[in-house]
Design a protein around this ligand. Structure first.
Ligand code: FAD
Ligand code: FES
Ligand code: FES
Length: 1344
């Protein structure tokens, strides 16, 4: 790398700029991504790695390029994880570090996300900042819709997105931003009139978590300019031919079409790379090696756009963003009848990936990849787009019809040919075109089924002249329903045609029941339902044109509506601190997360951002590909030959004990004889770089003797494969209860697991200290102490030789409580073996494969109730899929049992908990820790009770709610009970009764879209259920300059614990927060810490901090008394010179705890956190898609320590719950292989999933006498409230089923995915696609 001199680049020189600095790279490796280069070579670690597959946006940077043929300067956001380094010739890269810093000056984009509380763990923040920055570079006065579009490719797992949008609204037209134009007359931000919201009437009720007037003004004229040198090198010049050689690949960038054709002739197997959004995935995840890469991205011939007689011709390298912009322009200027095809393409582009992908992905790449689920190919096929293909001997034009795709990912294009352009035709006067995409998540998701349909009528009639129906997701290629189309030619567009079309499609669009991707019944039904939507749309358009056609029934109109996202709006309400409280006392104020600004600038250091040690090595895991097998042999010979490999590590390298585990030592650090799940860690390869280690790990050959695996709960039940003990929690007299009941009802429900999807995957860095067996570990873990003890055990050294340090995590959510040790122990063993620092950050797919997630649960219940709806008896059995080790499964099952009645008083109850031992990776803690599973089944039976009685569910819920002083089944009396207050406030804030009336009207007026409403309570017990964990320590040092270093046992994973702890210390010490610093959590400062979990960390550590600070205050008291007018610094200095110990240890243990299952006595919890949510949804019964219309949450968090952080927890927890209950699905093969291993296939909620209206209110006047400063724990309790959306969906489905004459209770498993919703809305289309007999085929995936 050369960063000096301004010379013309040579063909083997890559010249580009990063944050204004010129870089000339002579050894550019075609397989290196921009992200790796930034992080590893330039040390710019602000840009994060979240997935490496373009699916999370954590790696977003902005590229700027001068486009010669259009003479335009382009700025666009891209995913650095997919951008090949070699593609950056003459490009300027801007990273988060390049736009501002805490040290120098923050960019408003950085400042506003932080101050609006839009950064919790912060790992997603730089990517979001850069998406917003790129938007503003192109459009300084965006609308909210532009902002939402800019974030389609960004994920955040912590915040729930609302605060990010709220903060960035201040840049928008809606938020009142003038885009800097008002600077001279006073910028809207500068004069404080920006997006500040009005405050409520109630004096101490606050509704604003930040003040936009505090924001620095945004001045778009002050942005960094495009490097003049790049401009002069690019302007008026064709780009030169380039050639870069790497270890395994050569990158050839032709400078003319001729050269490109010659190269393709010479290298017919060469990959053409434009956006690299397909090829990049193949190289990274499918281990493909492409020795020759041809890069024509910037060639004018392949980027040209021109109008022809028949349509618009796009060069094959045109990006999808550019194509979209051109088509939008055409739609604005041409008569509407000519632009039907364009509109269909635009409809598909709306939901095509995220903006970062669309900014680089080419239309040619989409066609040539020939994916069966391409979103554009169905449109191109249904409308007969024409492709121009060329080789060095000439060109030919082919039409995209049913002969174009010749097999899975194959086309008629010959190897020596390239695609030059595509012509998208104008539509005809009597032609109608529609396109549809159905995917699990609306934004940035691959299709389940995608379709495009075109019909042309004999002019002036409704007689079909031409019909083309094209589907993706229904075969190995994009396919056309030609038989169906043929039978409909010459027919009238009416009910009869519809019926015949559906019957014919049901015959023609068949799928093997074992088809990859699963959801076979759903996909088949969709092919019919989408046609029906098309049918209605066309019918309506015919009538609009005055053609005599059948009338569309008024209640069917909404079925044809095109989805339009509405900009979300929100309200947050909390109790303001009493007037007159001193400004420095920040307890109760919405103080910003103390790392937020650093997180927004990329300066916050995460584990993998720790600079490389000089002799550091990288480790990659060798994991089992079998769910249950004996290991016969391990062959490392091929791996050891590969470049960079230093050694392999197996069980024999463990100097201490190979036995490990969170509670019981029932796991191995490295499997030696047997593997019990896919992803079981067998060994590791250590090499000089990540790439070398990963390649070598894949080359390790293992022979297995396969054993029968148990994968599902049902299989485990059949085999009676349970961990012991089987817990029972019982109270009252069950038999008498059932006798007393007027009705007895039985039911069951399965609730799927959940992947934590912390944006930062597991990462460990182990550094041997060279003497006495000392080793230091930097780990992203919630449990430093557990890491320390298990590493010490594996290394065979006392714990006092192991130091574990945790600065911050990029999210944890329980996933980093125990499962982090599976990686950190291996890394420590390798470092110990080599006596060199060793690092490993798991790739997203490895992390998902290896570390387990939330336990799937199956619940079976029998419930007895009176005619009034009062539940009098409950017998429930829970089965959890614990996986291949015990981990925390027992405590999780116990918590499920403790929450089996949720918030309902049931006099006679028995709950039993079975932990299934299966061959899945061990499942583990996840926010809620079994509580959500326990309560979800409770909400199922209470819904069944209401449905079987035909009573409104909210009445039955209210009737059964606990009241103050009642006892839980585990004999805990409910005191300071606020749930009834939460319920009433939620009812009134949500306008429940009016909503219910409106929902009923809506449902009576709409056949194919239904609305549903549900209000759901939660009562969450606070304390670790393992008694000994309810303790915490703190260590506080005061230095002689008055600064305070605070350490406590909790870790910071984004939840704002450190911020709260500083608030506590600040109040007790009576000094401003600015004097207090937390550096990290470490085992050598506060020992034997409990994991940061169970929502209890603020309570426990807060009390320990308080204890330590009170000790110090007492020690300083004499000096304060002596000099009352003196400053803090004066008293500290005086005490120091008086030889007073300015360091104190704090400790706390929760009093009066200790429940015993055998005797059903003792207190299980210190107290309860309560909340209620009311949600309204709208379901599209034809596709199963749903919209979250509104959610109102009322949460009792006591006297909030920090309302901004607490509301952040409520919203973030709620959104995670929304994922759990309505979206996120882990698919496992019947052989136990996890099929969903990244954001491409596993969908967490995105920006577009926020309820359109979101109200969060913290219950006022509800002090809690059991925790620090009358506060309450908040981390886990809100998650369950998202079940209100699930039950609102169920309510809507019930309304749909009524249309088909079906009433009464029905089973709906969680998550309420679009597949489940569609299948449950039984109707004429589902009847045409009956499911195959389950025993007749092997499904693609099984419910585990
Ligand atoms: C996160 C993510 C989300 C995605 N979402 C969607 C989605 O919603 N819908 C969808 O349909 N797809 C989606 N894709 C797939 C992909 O983005 C598209 O297929 C895209 O259009 C590919 O374009 P590209 O320029 O990046 O292709 P590249 O990876 O650069 O190339 C793809 C293939 O096309 C060939 N090729 C490219 N240009 C030519 C040419 N001119 N002549 C001959 N061969 C050529 C290459 O040889 C290569 O085999 C997604 C991908 C990612 C990573
Ligand atoms: S790391 Fe690039 S998109 Fe996830
Ligand atoms: S703050 Fe967005 S992922 Fe943590």
């Amino acid at each position: 790398m050369d960063t000096s001199g301004a010379q013309s680049p040579r063909p083997d020189e890559l010249l580009f700029f990063v944050n204004g600095q010129k870089i000339v790279e002579r050894n550019a490796d075609p397989e290196t991504t921009l992200l790796t280069y930034l992080r590893r070579k330039l040390g710019l670690t602000g840009t994060k790695l979240g997935c490496a597959e373009g699916g999370c946006g954590a790696c977003t940077v902005m590229l700027s390029r001068y486009q010669t043929h259009t003479e335009q300067l382009l700025h666009y956001a891209v995913n650095a994880c997919l951008a090949p380094l070699c593609s950056l010739h003459l490009v300027a890269v801007t990273t988060v570090e390049g736009i501002g810093s805490v040290a120098k000056k923050l960019h408003p984009v950085q400042e506003r996300i932080a101050r609006a509380h839009g950064s919790q763990c912060g790992f997603c923040t730089p990517g979001i900042v850069m998406s917003m920055y790129a938007l503003l570079r192109n459009n300084p006065t965006p609308k909210m819709a532009d902002v939402e579009e800019a974030f389609q490719g960004n994920l955040c797992r912590c915040t729930g997105y609302r605060p990010i949008l709220e903060g960035y609204k201040t840049f928008t037209v809606e938020g009142g931003c003038c885009g800097g134009r008002g600077r001279d007359n006073g910028c809207c931000m500068a004069n404080g009139s920006g997006a500040e919201r009005s405050s409520e009437e109630v004096v101490d009720e606050a509704t604003s978590l930040f003040n936009a007037a505090d924001f620095a003004p945004f001045d778009p004229t002050q942005e960094v300019i495009f490097p003049p040198e790049l401009m002069s090198l690019t302007k008026g010049q064709r780009s030169a031919s380039l050639c870069f050689h790497g270890d395994r690949a050569t990158w050839l960038q032709p400078n003319s079409l001729d050269e490109f054709l010659r190269l393709k002739w010479k290298h017919p197997d060469a990959r053409v790379v434009v956006g690299n959004t397909e090829v990049g995935i193949e190289v990274k995840f499918k281990s493909m090696v492409y020795p020759v890469i041809l890069a024509p991205a910037f060639m004018p011939e392949l980027n040209a756009v021109r109008r022809s007689e028949d349509g618009v011709v796009f060069g094959a390298a045109c990006t999808l963003s550019h194509m979209g912009a051109v088509l939008r322009q055409e739609v604005e200027t041409l008569p509407p009848h000519q632009t039907q095809v364009f509109l269909a393409v635009l409809e598909q582009l709306r939901w095509f990936a995220g903006l970062q992908i669309r900014n680089v992905a080419a239309v040619g790449g989409n066609i040539m990849t020939a994916s069966p689920i391409s979103d554009l190919n169905p449109v191109f096929m249904a409308t007969g787009c024409k492709l121009t293909l060329m080789d060095k001997d000439g060109s030919r034009v082919v039409r995209m019809d049913d002969t174009f795709f010749t097999g899975y990912r194959r086309t008629v294009v010959r190897p020596q040919e390239i695609l030059v352009s595509i012509e998208i035709p104008y539509s005809q006067k009597t032609q109608f075109v529609s396109a549809f995409k159905q995917s699990p998540r609306r934004e940035d998701d691959i299709s389940t089924v995608t379709a495009a349909m075109s019909v042309t009528f004999t002019p002036g009639t409704d007689v079909v002249e031409d019909l083309r129906l094209s589907y993706g997701g229904m075969a190995a290629t994009t396919t056309m329903a030609t038989r169906t189309a043929e039978t409909l030619l010459g027919r009238r567009w009416g009910e009869e045609l519809l019926q015949d079309a559906c019957s014919s499609l049901a015959q023609e669009m068949t799928l093997d029941p074992s088809a990859p991707g699963g959801m076979v019944t759903y996909r088949r039904t969709l092919s019919l339902s989408l046609f029906y939507k098309f049918y209605l749309t066309v019918l309506q358009k015919l009538r609009d044109q005055g053609v005599k056609a059948d009338e569309v029934r008024a209640d069917c109109l909404s079925a044809a509506d095109v989805y339009h996202a509405e900009t979300p709006s929100s309200v947050q309400v909390y109790q303001a601190v009493p007037e007159g409280r001193v400004q420095d006392d920040v307890v109760g104020r919405p103080m910003m997360h103390l790392s937020a600004l650093k997180q927004a600038t990329g300066e916050a250091v995460y584990c993998d951002d720790v600079p490389l040690y000089e002799n550091e090595l990288y480790l990659s895991l060798v994991t089992s590909t079998r769910a249950h097998a004996n290991i016969l042999s391990i062959d490392t010979s091929a791996a050891e030959q590969l470049p960079g490999v230093v050694c392999c590590v197996f069980a024999a390298d463990i100097p201490g004990s190979n036995a490990t585990g969170a509670v019981q030592y029932d796991e191995t650090v490295l499997a030696d004889r047997q593997v019990t799940c896919v992803g079981h860690i067998i060994g590791a390869v250590v090499a000089d770089t990540q790439l070398h280690a990963q390649r070598a790990a894949k080359a390790v050959r293992i022979q297995y003797e396969e054993l029968q695996p148990l994968v599902t709960i049902q299989e485990a039940i059949a085999a009676q494969s349970f961990y012991q003990p089987i817990r029972t929690l019982q109270s009252g007299d069950l038999e008498a209860g059932f006798k007393q009941a007027d009705h007895v009802l039985e039911g069951e429900m399965h609730m799927g697991g959940q992947e934590h999807f912390y944006l930062e995957t597991n990462v460990s860095l182990a550094v041997p200290r060279g003497e006495d067996g000392e080793i230091e570990l930097f780990v992203s873990t919630q449990s430093a102490a557990k890491t320390q003890s298990l590493v010490a055990k594996a290394l065979g050294v006392p714990a006092n030789r192991v130091v574990v340090r945790v600065k911050r995590m990029g999210g944890g959510f329980g996933g980093k409580e125990t499962r982090t040790t599976v990686l950190s122990t291996v890394v420590a063993v390798a470092a110990n073996k080599l006596k060199r620092p060793v690092r490993c950050m798991l790739d997203r797919d490895e992390d998902m494969l290896v570390t387990g997630g939330r336990h799937p649960f199956y619940g079976k219940y029998k419930v007895g109730f009176l005619n009034s709806g009062k539940v009098v008896a409950l017998d429930v059995s829970y089965y959890s899929n614990a996986g291949n080790s015990m981990d925390l499964s027992l405590s999780i099952m116990e918590r499920a049992l403790f929450h089996m009645e949720n918030s309902y008083s049931v006099a006679n109850v028995r709950g039993r908990g079975f932990m299934c031992r299966t061959n899945l990776p061990s499942n583990t803690a996840f926010r809620g820790f079994g509580g959500p599973q326990g309560m979800m089944i409770a909400e199922s039976w209470i819904t069944d009770v209401a449905q079987s009685l035909g009573r409104p569910a909210e009445e039955v819920r209210r009737l059964n709610l606990y009241v103050e002083g009642e006892s839980t089944p585990y004999t805990q009396i409910l005191t300071q009970f606020t749930l009834d207050r939460c319920w009433d406030e939620c009812l009134s804030r949500s306008g429940y009764q009016q909503r219910r009336a409106a929902v009923n009207i809506y449902n009576s007026q709409n056949r194919w879209t239904k609305r549903g409403l549900a209000i759901v309570p939660t009562k969450f017990g606070i304390s670790f259920t393992a008694l000994f964990l309810n303790q915490a320590g703190a260590l506080v040092h005061i230095y002689t300059d008055g600064s305070v270093l605070l350490t406590h046992g909790g870790t910071e994973m984004g939840q704002g614990l450190h911020t709260k702890m500083i608030q506590v210390a600040s109040r007790v010490l009576g000094i401003p927060c600015s004097k207090i610093h937390i550096s990290e959590t470490s085992t050598n400062t506060v020992p034997n810490t409990s994991p940061t979990a169970a929502s209890a960390s603020s309570d426990l550590n807060g009390a320990a901090v308080q204890n330590a600070c009170e000790i110090l205050v007492k020690r300083l008291e004499p000096y304060k008394t002596k000099s009352p007018k003196g400053s803090w610094e004066d008293w500290v200095r005086a005490a120091y010179f008086d030889r007073v110990n300015l360091s104190a240890n704090g400790f706390y243990k929760t009093p009066d705890l200790g429940y015993d299952f055998v005797s059903n006595s003792g207190r299980a919890f210190n107290y309860f956190t309560y909340g209620v949510a009311c949600s309204e949804v709208e379901v599209d019964c034809l596709t199963g898609a749903h919209k979250n219309l509104s959610t109102t949450i009322v949460m009792d968090v006591g006297h909030s320590l920090n309302p901004a952080i607490d509301i952040g927890q409520v919203e973030g927890g709620f959104m995670q719950g929304l994922g759990l209950f309505t979206l996120e699905e882990l698919h496992y093969s019947p052989q136990g292989v996890l099929l969903t291993r990244g954001p491409g296939s596993y969908k967490i909620p995105a920006f577009g999933d926020i309820p359109t209206q979101l109200t969060v209110s913290l219950l006022r006047d509800a002090p809690n006498d059991k925790a620090i400063f009358a506060s309450k724990a908040v981390g886990e309790p809100p998650l369950f409230l998202a079940s209100a959306n699930f039950y609102a969906i169920k309510d809507a489905i019930a309304a749909a089923r009524l249309e088909s004459g079906i009433s009464g209770p029905f089973r709906l498993d969680s998550p309420a995915s679009s597949e489940r919703i569609r299948n449950a809305c039984s109707d004429r289309f589902t009847k045409l696609c009956p499911p195959a007999e389950p025993s007749s085929f092997v499904p693609w995936s099984v419910q585990v």
